[in-house]
Design a binder for this molecule. Structure first.
Ligand SMILES: *Cc1c(COP(=O)(O)O)cnc(C)c1O
Length: 417
């Protein structure tokens, strides 16, 4: 296992649990679209002495002493992120995606202001106005939808809702949407009503950084992203914006939303941005898309309905009711054979959110292990078998062995058992 000699000695109880998770990660397959495996270098930066520091404020103006070194790491992370996304201004302090989005709303809106976002069960995120989330409680969200036939954003309807509702902000960028987003189209509509444009690229940031999907950063006013999904960095987030919004965004992050930044995570973000700037990262991101495309094709060939008919990015949503099973049932069956996925609603889902019709699959993690189209197609055939033979325990047992066997040939970076 990893080199944790102090932890083993001091706290065998915690060590045992961590090792159990390492074993699970290495013997099972991850197809949850929001997950990935960080490099050992990123892991080491996260486990560094920078966690000992307090550094409220920003480089050059901190509220604590002893921050000259921390300033260096934060500036390096900022410079790399600027280069990666062609951003005018970057704040690297947000602790995660939801706090980053809270800061964005806080920077541009007052409680009660109207915001337009994608309907949640059409692929939006909790922090885009769900009634149980702060966003839905504090702001007045109105919603646009996907076209139920094409499964894609219908820009005509977006314009219609925008002109009727006149929101102060328009949000684009989603959690379960497999197609390119027409950033320029959104910007044009927003300009007609003077709305702020906010892109949440949490899911696709790595593919955008690699130049494989269109980059909203030069087009939109403000952009947030997590750093731990396709971008393959530590858990965390950043906010980017035009220079003219820099002050209000920085003030919203600190002292508006957060206290001290997590400097060890800032260092790990800098390492991740450094990795994403390398040519190898582009090769990785290309393979992520090739694998997702292969996965969609294989599901289609086996008679499954894929929302929107395919994918342009790292994920796909499959309507499992086309095989007489719900998304939740499918999630449970696949867990039995060592494949992790997440249930998902489909546009205009007739089933309730806790037991929706779809399953979302993503290829970033499997691609990090080195898997290519042929392995992905093999996995889909096992998924199909598991669904068809879901009541035959011995069949599921043997599929679990197949999965474990494949995993042994594609080790997770940094995990040695
Ligand atoms: C994952 C995600 C987030 C939130 O990320 P957390 O780090 O889990 O808070 C925000 N927006 C979108 C679109 C996401 O997919």
């Amino acid at each position: 296992m990893e080199n944790k000699k102090n932890l083993i000695k001091q706290d065998p109880e915690v060590t045992k649990i961590i090792n159990k998770e390492a074993k699970r990660q290495s013997e099972e397959l991850e197809f949850i679209a929001s997950e990935n495996y960080v490099s050992p270098a990123i892991m080491e930066a996260m486990g560094s002495v920078l966690t000992n520091k307090y550094s409220e404020g920003y480089p050059g103006s901190r509220y604590y002493g002893g921050n000259a070194v921390v300033d260096e790491i934060e500036n390096l992370a900022i410079e790399r992120a600027k280069k990666l996304f062609s951003a005018e201004h970057v704040n690297v302090q947000p602790l995660s995606g939801s706090p980053a989005n809270a800061a964005v709303y806080f920077a541009f809106l007052k409680p009660g202001d109207k915001v337009m976002g994608l309907k949640l069960d059409h692929g939006g995120h909790l922090s885009h106005g769900h009634p149980v989330n702060f966003s839905g409680m504090l702001y007045n969200f109105v919603q646009y939808e996907l076209d139920s036939k094409t499964g894609r954003v219908d820009m005509e309807k977006v314009r219609e809702v925008a002109l009727r509702e006149r929101p102060k902000m328009i949000v684009a960028g989603y959690s379960a949407y497999s197609r390119e987003i027409d950033w320029a189209g959104f910007k044009k509509i927003a300009d007609e009503i003077g709305a702020v444009t906010f892109a949440d690229i949490a899911h696709t940031a790595g593919l955008i950084a690699a130049g494989l999907l269109e980059n909203p950063v030069p087009i939109f006013d403000v952009i947030s992203t997590t750093t731990h999904k396709t971008l393959r960095g530590p858990r965390g987030a950043i906010v980017m914006c035009k220079e003219k919004f820099a002050k209000q965004v920085d003030r919203a992050v600190f002292p508006g939303m957060q206290g001290g930044p997590h400097d060890h995570i800032t260092a790990a973000k800098a390492v991740a941005f450094g990795e994403a700037l390398q040519p190898e990262f582009k090769v990785y991101a290309e393979q992520v898309i090739k694998n997702a495309t292969a996965m969609a094709e294989e599901f289609l060939q086996r008679g499954y309905r894929v929302v929107s008919g395919g994918t342009d990015n790292h994920l796909l949503v499959v309507d499992m009711t086309s095989k007489g099973i719900t998304g939740k049932e499918c999630e449970i069956v696949l867990e039995k054979i060592g494949i992790s996925v997440s249930r998902s609603t489909i546009p205009n889902d007739p089933n309730p959110p806790m037991n929706p019709s779809g399953v979302r699959f993503g290829t970033p993690a499997a691609t990090t292990r080195g898997m290519k189209e042929s392995e992905i197609k093999q996995v889909v055939s096992w998924i199909d078998d598991a669904i068809n033979d879901r009541n035959e325990d011995f069949k599921l047992e043997s599929l679990k062995e197949e999965v474990k066997n494949l995993c042994s040939k594609f080790p997770v970076p940094g995990i040695k058992l």
